[in-house]
Design a protein around this ligand. Structure first.
Ligand code: PEP
Ligand code: MN
Length: 333
Protein backbone atom coordinates (compact mmCIF):
# COMPACT_ATOMS: atom_id res chain seq x y z
CA UNK A 1 0.00 0.00 0.00
CA UNK A 2 1.28 3.50 -0.78
CA UNK A 3 0.04 6.86 0.46
CA UNK A 4 0.73 10.06 -1.43
CA UNK A 5 1.39 12.87 1.04
CA UNK A 6 0.18 16.42 0.45
CA UNK A 7 2.88 18.93 -0.51
CA UNK A 8 2.42 21.33 2.42
CA UNK A 9 2.86 18.60 5.08
CA UNK A 10 5.36 19.40 7.85
CA UNK A 11 8.01 16.92 9.01
CA UNK A 12 6.26 16.72 12.40
CA UNK A 13 2.92 15.75 10.82
CA UNK A 14 4.65 13.14 8.66
CA UNK A 15 6.53 11.72 11.68
CA UNK A 16 3.26 11.40 13.61
CA UNK A 17 1.67 9.49 10.75
CA UNK A 18 4.69 7.18 10.44
CA UNK A 19 4.67 6.54 14.19
CA UNK A 20 0.98 5.63 14.09
CA UNK A 21 1.48 3.24 11.16
CA UNK A 22 4.48 1.73 12.92
CA UNK A 23 2.24 0.67 15.82
CA UNK A 24 0.41 -1.63 13.37
CA UNK A 25 3.50 -3.78 12.83
CA UNK A 26 4.12 -2.30 9.38
CA UNK A 27 7.45 -1.31 7.90
CA UNK A 28 7.16 2.25 6.65
CA UNK A 29 9.26 3.34 3.73
CA UNK A 30 9.46 7.08 3.03
CA UNK A 31 10.41 8.32 -0.41
CA UNK A 32 10.85 12.09 -0.54
CA UNK A 33 11.05 13.03 -4.19
CA UNK A 34 11.53 16.43 -5.76
CA UNK A 35 7.85 16.78 -6.53
CA UNK A 36 6.12 14.45 -4.13
CA UNK A 37 6.50 12.40 -0.97
CA UNK A 38 5.26 8.85 -1.00
CA UNK A 39 5.12 6.50 1.97
CA UNK A 40 5.07 2.80 1.34
CA UNK A 41 3.75 0.24 3.81
CA UNK A 42 5.19 -3.26 3.83
CA UNK A 43 3.65 -6.07 5.82
CA UNK A 44 0.09 -7.15 6.50
CA UNK A 45 -1.94 -4.09 5.52
CA UNK A 46 -5.28 -5.91 5.65
CA UNK A 47 -6.08 -4.31 9.02
CA UNK A 48 -5.72 -0.79 7.67
CA UNK A 49 -8.87 1.18 7.06
CA UNK A 50 -8.13 2.83 3.71
CA UNK A 51 -10.96 5.32 4.07
CA UNK A 52 -9.64 6.43 7.45
CA UNK A 53 -6.12 6.85 6.06
CA UNK A 54 -7.45 8.76 3.05
CA UNK A 55 -9.48 11.06 5.27
CA UNK A 56 -6.37 12.37 7.06
CA UNK A 57 -5.66 15.96 6.08
CA UNK A 58 -2.06 15.27 5.03
CA UNK A 59 -2.93 12.27 2.81
CA UNK A 60 -3.77 12.95 -0.82
CA UNK A 61 -4.38 9.40 -2.05
CA UNK A 62 -3.94 5.77 -1.02
CA UNK A 63 -3.35 2.89 -3.40
CA UNK A 64 -2.99 -0.82 -2.74
CA UNK A 65 -0.03 -2.38 -4.56
CA UNK A 66 -1.07 -5.65 -6.11
CA UNK A 67 2.45 -6.72 -7.13
CA UNK A 68 4.26 -8.93 -4.61
CA UNK A 69 7.42 -6.83 -4.80
CA UNK A 70 6.94 -3.71 -2.70
CA UNK A 71 10.26 -2.02 -1.92
CA UNK A 72 11.48 -2.60 -5.48
CA UNK A 73 8.22 -1.23 -6.92
CA UNK A 74 8.30 2.13 -8.68
CA UNK A 75 4.91 2.93 -7.14
CA UNK A 76 6.70 2.87 -3.77
CA UNK A 77 9.56 5.05 -4.90
CA UNK A 78 8.70 7.07 -8.02
CA UNK A 79 12.21 8.54 -8.48
CA UNK A 80 15.07 6.48 -9.92
CA UNK A 81 17.41 5.00 -7.34
CA UNK A 82 21.02 6.03 -7.79
CA UNK A 83 23.47 3.39 -6.53
CA UNK A 84 26.83 4.71 -5.38
CA UNK A 85 29.86 2.46 -5.27
CA UNK A 86 33.44 3.56 -4.76
CA UNK A 87 32.67 7.07 -6.00
CA UNK A 88 30.77 5.89 -9.10
CA UNK A 89 27.06 6.55 -9.54
CA UNK A 90 24.76 4.20 -11.44
CA UNK A 91 21.16 5.04 -12.34
CA UNK A 92 19.07 8.20 -12.48
CA UNK A 93 20.87 9.34 -15.64
CA UNK A 94 24.30 8.13 -14.50
CA UNK A 95 25.66 5.61 -17.02
CA UNK A 96 28.45 3.27 -15.96
CA UNK A 97 30.42 0.61 -17.81
CA UNK A 98 31.75 -2.38 -15.85
CA UNK A 99 34.57 -4.10 -17.74
CA UNK A 100 37.28 -6.68 -17.20
CA UNK A 101 38.05 -10.34 -17.66
CA UNK A 102 35.64 -13.18 -17.00
CA UNK A 103 38.17 -14.50 -14.45
CA UNK A 104 41.10 -12.99 -12.65
CA UNK A 105 44.00 -15.18 -13.84
CA UNK A 106 47.21 -13.56 -12.60
CA UNK A 107 48.62 -10.20 -11.55
CA UNK A 108 49.95 -9.10 -14.97
CA UNK A 109 46.64 -9.93 -16.65
CA UNK A 110 44.36 -8.06 -14.24
CA UNK A 111 46.68 -5.05 -13.94
CA UNK A 112 46.97 -4.73 -17.73
CA UNK A 113 43.23 -5.15 -18.36
CA UNK A 114 42.37 -2.76 -15.52
CA UNK A 115 44.59 -0.01 -17.00
CA UNK A 116 43.26 -0.64 -20.52
CA UNK A 117 39.57 -0.50 -19.62
CA UNK A 118 40.12 2.56 -17.46
CA UNK A 119 41.85 4.37 -20.32
CA UNK A 120 38.95 3.46 -22.60
CA UNK A 121 36.43 5.00 -20.17
CA UNK A 122 35.16 2.11 -18.02
CA UNK A 123 34.15 3.13 -14.53
CA UNK A 124 34.15 -0.23 -12.69
CA UNK A 125 36.59 -3.16 -12.96
CA UNK A 126 35.01 -6.61 -13.11
CA UNK A 127 36.76 -9.95 -12.63
CA UNK A 128 35.58 -13.33 -11.38
CA UNK A 129 37.42 -14.83 -8.39
CA UNK A 130 34.81 -17.48 -7.51
CA UNK A 131 33.61 -18.90 -10.83
CA UNK A 132 30.35 -20.81 -11.25
CA UNK A 133 31.41 -23.28 -13.97
CA UNK A 134 29.13 -25.83 -15.60
CA UNK A 135 31.87 -28.48 -15.28
CA UNK A 136 33.63 -29.17 -11.97
CA UNK A 137 36.80 -29.90 -13.97
CA UNK A 138 36.99 -26.38 -15.42
CA UNK A 139 38.96 -23.53 -13.81
CA UNK A 140 37.07 -22.53 -10.66
CA UNK A 141 38.77 -19.15 -10.14
CA UNK A 142 41.62 -17.93 -7.92
CA UNK A 143 39.16 -17.39 -5.05
CA UNK A 144 40.60 -15.28 -2.18
CA UNK A 145 43.82 -14.67 -4.16
CA UNK A 146 41.72 -13.37 -7.05
CA UNK A 147 39.98 -10.86 -4.79
CA UNK A 148 43.36 -9.72 -3.48
CA UNK A 149 44.61 -9.15 -7.04
CA UNK A 150 41.45 -7.15 -7.81
CA UNK A 151 42.10 -5.03 -4.71
CA UNK A 152 45.63 -4.29 -5.95
CA UNK A 153 44.31 -3.31 -9.37
CA UNK A 154 41.77 -1.06 -7.64
CA UNK A 155 44.56 0.62 -5.68
CA UNK A 156 46.62 1.17 -8.83
CA UNK A 157 43.83 2.44 -11.10
CA UNK A 158 41.29 3.92 -8.69
CA UNK A 159 38.56 1.82 -10.32
CA UNK A 160 35.98 0.32 -7.93
CA UNK A 161 35.70 -3.47 -8.24
CA UNK A 162 32.83 -5.91 -8.75
CA UNK A 163 33.15 -9.67 -8.26
CA UNK A 164 30.80 -12.59 -7.76
CA UNK A 165 29.91 -14.25 -4.45
CA UNK A 166 28.72 -17.86 -4.47
CA UNK A 167 28.61 -18.65 -0.78
CA UNK A 168 27.59 -16.38 2.10
CA UNK A 169 30.38 -17.92 4.19
CA UNK A 170 32.84 -16.04 1.97
CA UNK A 171 31.39 -12.61 2.82
CA UNK A 172 34.36 -11.55 4.97
CA UNK A 173 36.57 -11.78 1.86
CA UNK A 174 34.41 -9.13 0.17
CA UNK A 175 35.09 -6.35 2.67
CA UNK A 176 37.00 -4.20 0.16
CA UNK A 177 34.86 -5.18 -2.82
CA UNK A 178 32.73 -2.22 -3.94
CA UNK A 179 29.89 -4.15 -5.62
CA UNK A 180 29.04 -7.78 -4.84
CA UNK A 181 27.74 -9.70 -7.84
CA UNK A 182 25.07 -12.38 -7.59
CA UNK A 183 25.40 -14.44 -10.73
CA UNK A 184 22.58 -15.77 -12.89
CA UNK A 185 22.85 -19.21 -11.32
CA UNK A 186 22.34 -17.83 -7.82
CA UNK A 187 19.54 -15.38 -8.54
CA UNK A 188 17.16 -17.54 -6.53
CA UNK A 189 19.59 -18.63 -3.82
CA UNK A 190 17.32 -17.04 -1.24
CA UNK A 191 19.55 -17.69 1.77
CA UNK A 192 22.41 -15.90 -0.01
CA UNK A 193 20.09 -13.01 -0.94
CA UNK A 194 18.90 -12.68 2.68
CA UNK A 195 22.49 -12.57 3.89
CA UNK A 196 23.34 -9.86 1.33
CA UNK A 197 20.30 -7.92 2.54
CA UNK A 198 22.05 -7.59 5.87
CA UNK A 199 25.15 -6.01 4.31
CA UNK A 200 25.41 -2.36 3.35
CA UNK A 201 27.14 -3.26 0.07
CA UNK A 202 25.82 -2.44 -3.39
CA UNK A 203 24.67 -5.66 -5.09
CA UNK A 204 24.72 -6.46 -8.81
CA UNK A 205 21.87 -8.93 -9.26
CA UNK A 206 21.95 -10.83 -12.55
CA UNK A 207 18.80 -12.31 -14.03
CA UNK A 208 18.65 -16.10 -13.95
CA UNK A 209 18.93 -18.08 -17.18
CA UNK A 210 15.28 -19.07 -17.06
CA UNK A 211 13.71 -16.46 -14.82
CA UNK A 212 10.98 -13.97 -15.53
CA UNK A 213 11.26 -10.26 -14.93
CA UNK A 214 8.92 -10.52 -11.95
CA UNK A 215 11.07 -13.29 -10.45
CA UNK A 216 14.11 -11.03 -10.81
CA UNK A 217 12.23 -8.30 -8.94
CA UNK A 218 11.21 -10.74 -6.21
CA UNK A 219 14.88 -11.64 -5.76
CA UNK A 220 15.72 -7.94 -5.45
CA UNK A 221 12.90 -7.74 -2.89
CA UNK A 222 14.62 -10.44 -0.79
CA UNK A 223 17.72 -8.24 -0.54
CA UNK A 224 15.67 -5.09 0.10
CA UNK A 225 13.57 -6.77 2.79
CA UNK A 226 16.78 -7.08 4.81
CA UNK A 227 17.37 -3.34 4.56
CA UNK A 228 19.81 -3.14 1.64
CA UNK A 229 18.35 -0.99 -1.14
CA UNK A 230 21.56 -0.56 -3.15
CA UNK A 231 20.79 -2.96 -5.98
CA UNK A 232 21.68 -2.87 -9.68
CA UNK A 233 19.72 -5.27 -11.88
CA UNK A 234 21.41 -6.93 -14.84
CA UNK A 235 19.85 -8.51 -17.92
CA UNK A 236 22.38 -11.02 -19.26
CA UNK A 237 20.39 -13.09 -21.76
CA UNK A 238 17.89 -15.86 -21.13
CA UNK A 239 17.49 -19.43 -22.38
CA UNK A 240 15.24 -19.73 -25.42
CA UNK A 241 14.92 -22.22 -28.29
CA UNK A 242 17.44 -20.14 -30.26
CA UNK A 243 20.93 -21.63 -30.54
CA UNK A 244 22.66 -19.03 -32.73
CA UNK A 245 23.71 -17.12 -29.63
CA UNK A 246 24.76 -18.41 -26.18
CA UNK A 247 21.57 -16.91 -24.72
CA UNK A 248 18.93 -14.54 -26.11
CA UNK A 249 19.33 -10.93 -25.02
CA UNK A 250 15.98 -9.69 -23.75
CA UNK A 251 16.35 -6.03 -24.72
CA UNK A 252 12.74 -5.38 -23.75
CA UNK A 253 13.65 -6.19 -20.13
CA UNK A 254 15.09 -2.67 -19.83
CA UNK A 255 11.97 -0.60 -20.62
CA UNK A 256 9.76 -3.14 -18.83
CA UNK A 257 11.92 -3.02 -15.68
CA UNK A 258 12.06 0.78 -15.87
CA UNK A 259 8.27 0.85 -15.62
CA UNK A 260 8.11 -1.64 -12.77
CA UNK A 261 11.05 -0.58 -10.62
CA UNK A 262 13.17 2.40 -9.60
CA UNK A 263 16.34 0.30 -9.45
CA UNK A 264 19.06 0.84 -12.08
CA UNK A 265 19.24 -1.71 -14.89
CA UNK A 266 22.36 -2.63 -16.84
CA UNK A 267 22.93 -5.08 -19.70
CA UNK A 268 25.68 -7.68 -20.06
CA UNK A 269 25.94 -8.30 -23.81
CA UNK A 270 28.95 -10.64 -23.41
CA UNK A 271 27.15 -13.49 -21.62
CA UNK A 272 24.01 -12.82 -23.66
CA UNK A 273 25.59 -13.54 -27.05
CA UNK A 274 28.73 -15.56 -26.29
CA UNK A 275 30.54 -14.20 -29.36
CA UNK A 276 32.95 -11.27 -29.34
CA UNK A 277 31.80 -9.96 -32.74
CA UNK A 278 28.20 -9.60 -31.49
CA UNK A 279 29.10 -7.68 -28.32
CA UNK A 280 29.33 -4.28 -30.03
CA UNK A 281 25.89 -4.28 -31.74
CA UNK A 282 24.22 -5.55 -28.57
CA UNK A 283 26.04 -2.99 -26.41
CA UNK A 284 24.78 -0.25 -28.72
CA UNK A 285 21.23 -1.62 -28.61
CA UNK A 286 21.42 -1.77 -24.80
CA UNK A 287 22.58 1.83 -24.64
CA UNK A 288 19.90 3.00 -27.05
CA UNK A 289 17.10 1.19 -25.20
CA UNK A 290 17.90 3.12 -22.02
CA UNK A 291 20.09 0.83 -19.90
CA UNK A 292 21.92 2.56 -17.05
CA UNK A 293 25.13 0.82 -17.97
CA UNK A 294 26.88 -2.19 -19.44
CA UNK A 295 28.98 -5.09 -18.24
CA UNK A 296 31.50 -6.23 -20.84
CA UNK A 297 34.18 -8.94 -20.71
CA UNK A 298 37.64 -7.78 -21.83
CA UNK A 299 40.78 -9.93 -21.92
CA UNK A 300 44.38 -9.13 -22.85
CA UNK A 301 44.57 -12.34 -24.94
CA UNK A 302 41.07 -13.81 -25.49
CA UNK A 303 42.41 -16.90 -27.30
CA UNK A 304 44.24 -17.94 -24.12
CA UNK A 305 41.53 -16.92 -21.61
CA UNK A 306 40.80 -19.53 -18.93
CA UNK A 307 37.10 -18.75 -19.16
CA UNK A 308 34.78 -17.19 -21.78
CA UNK A 309 37.51 -16.32 -24.30
CA UNK A 310 35.17 -16.51 -27.34
CA UNK A 311 33.01 -13.67 -26.00
CA UNK A 312 35.86 -11.53 -24.62
CA UNK A 313 36.92 -8.33 -26.37
CA UNK A 314 40.52 -7.23 -26.75
CA UNK A 315 41.30 -3.84 -25.17
CA UNK A 316 41.30 -2.31 -28.70
CA UNK A 317 37.85 -3.74 -29.50
CA UNK A 318 36.59 -2.47 -26.14
CA UNK A 319 37.86 1.02 -26.87
CA UNK A 320 36.00 0.98 -30.18
CA UNK A 321 32.78 -0.12 -28.42
CA UNK A 322 33.18 2.65 -25.84
CA UNK A 323 33.53 5.30 -28.54
CA UNK A 324 30.34 4.16 -30.27
CA UNK A 325 28.49 3.84 -26.94
CA UNK A 326 29.44 7.45 -26.18
CA UNK A 327 28.00 8.56 -29.54
CA UNK A 328 24.74 6.68 -28.88
CA UNK A 329 24.54 8.29 -25.42
CA UNK A 330 24.96 11.73 -26.96
CA UNK A 331 22.30 10.96 -29.57
CA UNK A 332 19.66 9.86 -27.07
CA UNK A 333 20.25 12.48 -24.38
C1 PEP B 1 29.89 -13.45 -14.85
O1 PEP B 1 29.46 -12.29 -15.02
O2 PEP B 1 31.06 -13.71 -14.58
C2 PEP B 1 28.96 -14.59 -14.96
C3 PEP B 1 29.30 -15.80 -14.56
O3 PEP B 1 27.79 -14.25 -15.51
P1 PEP B 1 26.35 -14.96 -15.39
O4 PEP B 1 26.10 -15.19 -13.94
O5 PEP B 1 25.45 -13.94 -16.02
O6 PEP B 1 26.42 -16.22 -16.19
MN1 MN C 1 32.13 -14.93 -18.11
Amino acid sequence: MVALIRKDTSDKQLDELIEWLGTMNLKVHVSKGVNQTVIGLVGDTSGIDIELLESLSIVEAVTRISEKYKSANRKFHPDDTVVEAGGVKIGGGNFAVFAGPCSVENEDQIEFVARSVKNAGASVLRGGAFKPRTSPYDFQGLKADGIELLEHAKKHTGLPIVTEIMNANHLSLFENVDIIQVGARNMQNFELLKELGRTGKPILLKRGLANTIDELLMSAEYIMAGGNEQIILCERGIRTFETATRNTLDVSAVPVLKEKTHLPVIIDPSHACGKARLVKPLALAATAVGADGLMIEVHNDPAKAMCDGPQSLTPEQFEDVMQSVTRIREAIL
